[in-house]
Write a protein that binds this ligand. Structure first.
Ligand code: PLP
Length: 626
C-alpha cells in the first residue's frame, strides 16, 4: 500500500484488503468496500474482459455532496449572504448515466449544469429538470445555440448565456426580442491573474476566452441600448483546469470580485459570481504545487472563495453574490478505474547467460574481462569500456566484419554487464554513483505489454504528460519482482506509460509482479474519470473499451451489483466509422475467396469456412481476447 502511495492519492476511497486486493469504498463513511478484482471477475463471467472501465456510481454522489457541503459550511461559517449554486461541466464526462447520477446527487443542493457547445446544450436541456438550478452556457455561440438556450428559458429554466464575444451579446439581445424571452446573460472576464500548471493558458490577458474590461463595459452598453440592462446576471472567470496552488485561486477570486463590485456600483444588478473550474485532483498524493497535485483541500478551496468574495464585497459595500463554481475534474476523476491486463513482457536483460567458448572474439573477451573485474572503484571506467565495445561492434557489423552470432553474444554480454553495473550503482552512496549508470535502471526496466490503447484511454498522459496512479489490483501481499514501464498494443512507440507518480516528482518505472504463466495480471489505472473517456481517439481503430457501472447494494454491508454493462466497440463498428460498411467488406473478401477457389488455392468448403470466420470476426471486440 505504501509502495504505491494508495493512502495519499486514494483519499479514503481506495484501500488494500488483507488478501492483497485493491478495494473501493465509494461512500467513504459507510465503510462498504468493493474488491476491484471481484468486479473484474464478475464482468468476465458475463463476457466483458479487460480493458474494462469500472464506474463506481455512488462515488459520484459522495463527490457532489463533498463539494456542495464544503461551500455550504463555508457560507455558514462567514455568515455569507448569498447561496452556492454549483454546476457540473458536462464536457468533463458527458456520459448520460454519469450526468444523470450527478444531477440526482445534486438535487438537494440545486446543482446544475455547464455546457460548452451545441451538442452539450441539447443534452443538458433534456436531462435538466430542476428549474431552481442553473444551466450555464460557455463557449462560442451561433444563433442556433442562442435560440436553443432561449427554448430553455421558455421552459422556465435558468439558462445563462455567457458571452465570449461582443457580437454574441448583440445576437442574444436580438434573438431574445424575436422570441419574446427575457434572457439571462453572463460575461466572462479576462483576468490578469494567470493559472498554473498544464492549463494555465486558459487565464491571463492573452487567453483565448473572455472579455477585457473595455469590452465588458461595451457589452453593458449593448444590453442597455437593447433595453435589457437587467439581463446581465452573472460574472464569470476561469483560469484553467487543475490549478495546483491555492494562492492563485485566491488571487483570481479577488481580482474578479473587484470587477463584480465595481460593476454593481455602476448599477448592474449581477446576481451570480461564477468562479469557473480549476479545483484540482491530487493525482500523486504529494499535496504540493506540482502539476499533478494540489496544495489545498476541497474545504480550503470553498472557504477561500467564500471568504475572499465576502471580504471584497464588504470592503466595497456591495451585496454578496450567489456563488457558482464549475468543478468537473473534482467531481468525476475518482469514480472510474480502468483495468488493463498485462499479458507479456519485453525484457532487456538476457534470462540465460551465454556459453563461453574457448576461442572468443576479442570484443566478447573485452566484455567478459570487464564483467569479471567489476568493482565500485572501477565502475565509471568499466561503463565507458562497455560503451566503447558496443560502439565498435556496431561499426564492425555495418562494415560486414561481424557475424550475427557474435553480434548477438556481444549484445547479451553488454546488457549483462549493464545490469550488474546498475545494481552496483544502486548500492552505492548517491554521490559516488556515476549518473549515466544510475540512469541505466530505467533503460534496463522491463516493458509490460498491456491490452489497451493510451490514445483511447489515457490521452492526457500522452498529450500533456499528466500522471495517473497505476497499481496492480491484486497480489499486493506479494513483493513486486521487477521495475517496469508499460506499453500498449497500438503500433505507435508513443503508446506507453513510462512516467509514474512519486512524491512531488515523477518516477520512470513502476514496481510490478513477475507474470505467472497464463495467470492474468491486472493493473488499475486510477482517477481516470475526468476528460479521459471522451477525449480518447480511435488510433489503430481500437475504440471504446468494455464498461460496467457498479452500485453499492443497500441491503448488504459489503455487497454491490453491476447495474449496466456496455460492451466496447466491435471491429465492424470502428470500421463503419471509417467508411468500411460491413456488407461491402464481406462482399469484397467473398469475391477474393471465390477467385482463390477458381485458381484451386483452396477447396470450396474451406473457402466458405474461412469466409464465415471473417464474417464472425467482424463482430469481435477490437482489443485482444485472452
Ligand atoms: N469551466 C470552464 C469554462 C472550463 O473551460 C473548464 C475546463 O477547463 C471547466 C469549467 C472545468 O474545469 P475543472 O475540470 O478543472 O473543474
Amino acid at each position: 500500500k505504501d509502495l504505491y502511495m494508495i493512502d495519499r492519492w486514494g483519499r479514503g476511497y481506495f484501500d488494500v484488503s488483507p488478501d492483497g486486493n485493491i478495494t473501493v469504498a465509494p461512500l467513504q463513511e459507510r465503510g462498504s468496500k468493493i474488491s476491484i478484482a471481484d468486479v473484474v471477475r464478475a464482468a468476465r463471467e458475463e463476457g466483458l474482459r479487460a480493458p474494462l472501465l469500472i464506474r463506481f456510481q455512488d462515488l459520484l454522489h459522495h463527490r457532489v455532496r463533498t463539494l456542495n457541503e464544503a461551500f455550504n459550511r463555508a457560507i455558514a461559517e462567514v455568515k455569507y449572504r448569498g447561496l452556492y449554486r454549483g454546476v457540473f461541466p458536462i464536457k468533463v464526462n458527458q456520459l448520460k448515466e454519469v450526468v444523470e447520477e450527478i444531477l440526482e446527487a445534486g438535487k438537494a443542493y440545486h446543482y446544475g449544469l455547464e455546457v460548452g457547445s451545441k451538442p452539450e446544450l441539447f443534452a443538458g436541456l433534456s436531462v435538466h429538470t430542476d428549474n431552481e438550478s442553473l444551466i450555464v452556457c460557455n463557449g462560442y455561440k451561433d444563433e442556433n445555440f442562442i435560440r436553443t438556450a432561449m427554448l430553455g428559458r421558455k421552459l422556465g429554466k435558468k439558462v445563462i448565456l455567457v458571452a465570449e464575444k461582443l457580437s454574441e451579446v448583440r445576437t442574444i439581445a436580438r434573438v431574445a426580442k424575436e422570441m419574446n424571452v427575457e434572457p439571462l446573460v453572463g460575461l466572462r472576464v479576462r483576468l490578469m491573474t494567470e493559472g498554473a500548471g498544464k492549463w494555465a493558458a486558459s487565464g491571463g490577458e492573452h487567453a483565448k476566452f473572455g472579455l477585457s474590461t473595455a469590452e465588458i463595459l461595451a457589452a453593458c452598453n449593448i444590453l442597455s441600448e437593447a433595453g435589457m440592462s437587467s439581463a446581465f446576471k452573472l460574472l464569470h472567470f476561469h483560469i484553467g483546469s487543475q490549478v495546483p496552488d491555492i494562492l492563485i485561486v485566491k488571487r483570481a477570486v479577488r481580482e474578479a470580485t473587484r470587477h463584480y463590485a465595481k460593476l454593481r456600483k455602476m448599477g448592474h444588478k449581477i446576481e451570480y459570481m461564477d468562479v469557473g473550474g480549476g479545483l484540482a485532483i491530487d493525482y500523486d498524493g504529494s499535496r504540493s504545487t506540482f502539476h499533478s497535485s494540489m496544495n489545498y483541500s476541497v474545504e480550503e478551496y470553498a472557504r477561500d472563495i467564500v471568504h475572499n468574495i465576502a471580504d471584497i464585497c464588504d470592503d466595497e459595500k456591495v451585496p454578496h453574490p450567489n456563488i457558482v463554481s464549475e468543478s468537473g475534474r473534482a467531481i468525476v476523476a475518482h469514480h472510474s478505474v480502468l483495468v488493463v491486463q498485462a499479458f507479456g513482457s519485453i525484457e532487456k536483460t538476457p534470462s540465460t547467460p551465454i556459453d563461453i567458448q574457448a576461442e572468443e572474439h576479442k570484443l566478447i573477451q573485452a566484455l567478459l574481462e570487464t564483467r569479471d573485474n567489476l568493482t565500485a572503484a572501477n565502475l565509471a571506467e568499466s561503463w565507458h569500456d562497455i560503451l566503447q565495445v558496443k560502439e565498435e561492434s556496431q561499426k564492425m557489423f555495418e562494415l560486414g566484419l561481424l557475424n550475427l552470432d557474435v553480434k548477438a553474444r556481444v549484445e547479451t554480454l553488454y546488457w549483462e554487464n549493464a545490469e550488474k553495473m546498475a545494481l552496483l550503482a544502486g548500492s552505492l552512496d548517491q554521490q559516488e554513483a556515476p549518473e549515466d549508470v544510475v540512469q541505466l535502471r530505467t533503460q534496463l526496466a522491463d516493458q509490460y505489454i498491456c491490452n489497451f490503447s493510451v490514445f483511447q484511454s489515457l490521452l492526457d498522459h500522452w498529450a500533456l504528460g499528466s500522471l495517473f496512479p497505476v497499481v496492480p489490483i491484486h497480489r499486493l501481499n506479494e513483493r513486486p519482482g521487477s521495475d517496469s514501464t508499460l506499453v500498449d498494443i497500438t503500433c505507435d512507440s508513443e503508446g506507453k506509460v513510462s512516467k509514474f507518480i512519486d512524491l512531488s516528482d515523477v518516477r520512470d518505472t513502476l514496481p510490478l509482479h513477475v507474470l505467472q504463466g497464463e495467470e492474468p495480471y491486472y493493473l488499475g489505472i486510477f482517477l481516470t474519470g475526468a476528460y479521459q473517456d471522451i477525449m480518447g481517439d480511435i488510433h489503430n481503430l481500437f475504440g471504446r473499451v468494455n464498461e460496467v457501472h457498479v452500485f453499492l447494494d443497500s441491503d448488504e454491508d459489503c455487497g454491490y451489483y453491476i447495474e449496466e454493462m456496455i460492451a466496447g466497440n466491435q471491429i465492424r463498428e470502428v470500421l463503419g466509422l471509417t467508411q468500411y460498411d460491413t456488407p461491402g467488406l464481406i462482399q469484397r473478401v467473398k469475391a477474393q475467396v471465390d477467385g482463390a477457389i477458381k485458381q484451386d488455392l483452396m477447396k470450396p468448403t474451406e473457402g466458405m469456412r474461412l469466409l464465415a470466420d471473417y464474417e464472425r470476426g467482424l463482430k469481435d471486440q477490437t482489443y485482444l481476447s485472452f
